[in-house]
Design a protein around this ligand. Sequence first.
Ligand code: DSN
Length: 415
Amino acid sequence: MRFDTVRETDPAVADALDAERERQNDTLAMIASENHASPAVMEAQGSALTNKYAEGYPGERYYGGCAHADEVEELAIERATELWGADHVNVQPHSGSQANMGVYLALLEPGDRILSLDLTHGGHLSHGHPANFAGQIYDVEQYEVDPETGYVDYEGLAATAETFDPDIVVSGYSAYPREVDFERIQAVADDVGAYHLADIAHITGLVAAGVHESPVGVADAVTGSTHKTIRSGRGGIIMCDEEHADAVDKAVFPGTQGGPLMHNVAGKAVGFAEALDPAFDAYAEQTVANARALADQLQARGLDLVSGGTDTHLVLVDLRPSHPDTTGKEVETALEDAGIVLNANTVPGETRSAFNPSGIRAGTPALTTRGFTESACREVADLIADVVDAPHDEAVVRAVSERVDELTDEYTLYD
Ligand code: DSN
């Protein structure tokens, strides 16, 4: 894709699109929620379905001309059902946050109580942060990770559930490197008569490949995003038992959304088919092996990891013990100058601000898509550690940048 047609009519946008493709080719994408979709997924997302309104569901649309929209949505549903094994799937949410909104609308009343993990401990805005709709519409209490271990404090969660009496318990996180014990959280929800929403936005691909425990069939509802570890078209998904199917569908449309983004649903369908190929299971396993290699080498270089390692696709570095005067933002900026793109992140017990926090989060889904294996990830850990040790040393940043150039040439992305 060279954006030749866009260039004829809109060179300014074509320049930006070309530059973004080059940026992705020439840098290491280590934002844990990002991945590189295949050319087939991107082509589907750029298709004529972007023009189509298809309010409703296959076979029951409010507009005419939906035959092909129906075909595509049915394929996405069929493939998602095969990947995750849910009774019912809704592929229309525009994003993971929209998927969560749909579940809340389906299962809760305004003012009901949500028990979820604190944002600075790895949770997500849509789990009830005061700046988010969920924190404004619902009554939110939060649980935390154990400050000693960095693992979810399951006992604290159970104790808070006893006193708070939530209507829903939310599991599944955005900056949590360890396997989530969905069965244990379900038991807490059962004890207090609450629903359980498992938000697997980050780990959809790991769950589909069987390298992380699945909450499907355990939790009342499972939400996810479709472009992270699962590497399909951009957007969200909801999975649930038949019991909640009708309420979930009505909550997505007409409850919280209008017309589905059918071009993105097409991208989901294409990406889900790719994920059904056995090669995807190997990809997901390699993603976790790469994150472990990254974690081991970062630790060998003296960096402190929340929870001491990872079971997933991401690591969370707490800079305070090893580099008390260096902030996550300083490291993020210096690494971007060197061609390694990750994000500054809050850490449990955060003592700085959300904009300039004490940690960095790094993930391996996109590097693994490029073909990186453990040895290359260990080298990337060394490059990151070099910059963490000297974020303002131009010679260090330049040396890392030169090595990144060699790595991106070796592990090619898009032609
Ligand atoms: N923005 C995503 C992440 O980086 O985790 C979550 O929505």
